[in-house]
Design a protein around this ligand. Sequence first.
Ligand code: PMV
Length: 317
Amino acid sequence: MRETATAQPNIALIKYWGKRDTELNLPAVGSISITLSELFTSMTVEFEDNLEQDELHLNNEQNDKLLPRLSHAIDIAAGGDRPRARISSECNFPIAAGLASSASSFAAVVVAASAAMGIERSVGELANLAGRASGSAARSLYGGFVELENSGDAVVVSELLPADAWPLDVVVAVTETGPKPVGSTEAMEISRRTSPFYERWVGDQADDLASARNAIAARDFAALASVAEHNCLKMHSVMWSSRPPIVYWNDATLACLQTIRQLQSDGVDVFFTIDAGPQVKAVCDTADTDTVETALRATDGVRDILRSGLGEGARLR
Ligand code: PMV
């Protein structure tokens, strides 16, 4: 009745933005991500018959804010008539600030809750359950380069390349540590309803997915960089053109993009991506990580730097 699982966040290179089914939380577009190695969330779920309601301790402190969504994820994995759960979570990076903490949290909680209930599930089944709690969480069930495809009323998640087949590093420039102004679920709905670019975004995604898939298969850094930056800026254009506009960037976000452009013109293999938050993720060749870190650290407004390689999928303990 008590199990612990660990999961790492993933960073989308070809992004998911918008849902085609809000009830089942199915994404409107496929996506491709990399799973990180150094950032982690661990979740212990313990079912207890005598407990009156679910409880959450995050980094050893009671937390009622994140509890409803985690309880919902446990319902998805264990059924609504399950015993109540004592959940304790440890996370070594800022939560809800656009660092994909929801992906690692929901991936880990679904794995832990299934095991604590004694239910055996395949990785694909676990990915679908995690995806119902948070779309990007489905991808954290796998390591390395991961693709999420839409298929009927489920998602198919697969590993395109294992982490060690093409070692890359990610340098995260943290420009703000507080929670984001609007959560991604609400923001995606605003975009779907109001952005004049939304349909075009959905329609063009297959081309970007194909380009990224080919670049990954060929380990072609320049091709991956080009399609990933294009896809990221396109997603943010959809956000910006929504009503009300959804702007997650700050001055330092833009300053980091300029730093990365300068590195690129100096011949460094690096590209950027940005999610639903103001942090900039620089993906680079492992030979260039120190150079990228030094340049981002020296950029105005950068508060902290996190570094990671590519890692494995969610697992028990
Ligand atoms: O998994 P969610 O619902 O938090 O949405 C994640 C959306 C992005 O991070 C912006 C893009 C992505 O594919 O991860």
